[in-house]
Design a protein around this ligand. Structure first.
Ligand SMILES: Nc1ncnc2c1ncn2[C@@H]1O[C@H](COP(=O)(O)OP(=O)(O)O)[C@@H](O)[C@H]1O
Ligand SMILES: [Mg+2]
Length: 135
């Protein structure tokens, strides 16, 4: 559920704030922790990159706080609650991971989430199989 929630929020923001171009979602394994036998103790970096409106330098910290939405024009044009990123940050930090952002106003944004798969909640009820099980 955790990873699903992170992806839903970051991808829907990317779609919402990108009128033209592309959205690229990628997951990379951090090399130094690679294990060929199990995914249980593997660091991964999820990134969601878009070619949308971008985020001004001064706003790049505060948008992770609840109800923060950039300036009035953005709030007015795109709507929303300003809760998505604060929820993502909370989930990521509960998993002892980190979230960061590289963006330039007008030139798109990339959100990075670094987590260890061993800290991802295993929720049998919501998944047909558990993380780490062979299918
Ligand atoms: N991919 C993105 N591109 C540009 N701005 C973004 C992006 N993701 C988030 N933001 C900025 O961060 C603010 C907070 O995002 P979020 O917490 O998801 O709230 P909401 O989507 O409801 O406005 C947004 O209002 C927007 O200003
Ligand atoms: Mg949002």
């Amino acid at each position: 559920m955790d990873i699903r929630q992170i992806l839903i929020n970051l991808i829907s923001n990317a779609v919402k704030f990108t009128d033209a171009g592309e959205i690229l979602v990628s997951i990379k394994k951090a090399e130094e922790h690679c294990s060929p036998f199990t995914i249980e103790n593997t660091n991964v970096q999820i990134s969601v990159k878009d070619t949308g409106i971008g985020i001004e330098k001064e706003k790049q910290t505060e948008i992770f706080r609840a109800y923060e939405q950039g300036d009035y024009d953005i709030r007015n044009k795109y709507g929303g609650s300003g809760l998505g990123l604060s929820i993502v940050k909370g989930i990521v930090e509960d998993m002892r991971g980190s979230i960061s952002l590289v963006s330039e106003s007008g030139k798109g944004s990339t959100f990075f989430v670094d987590i260890n798969l061993k800290n991802v909640t295993k929720n049998k009820k919501n998944h047909p199989y558990r993380l780490g099980e062979q299918v």
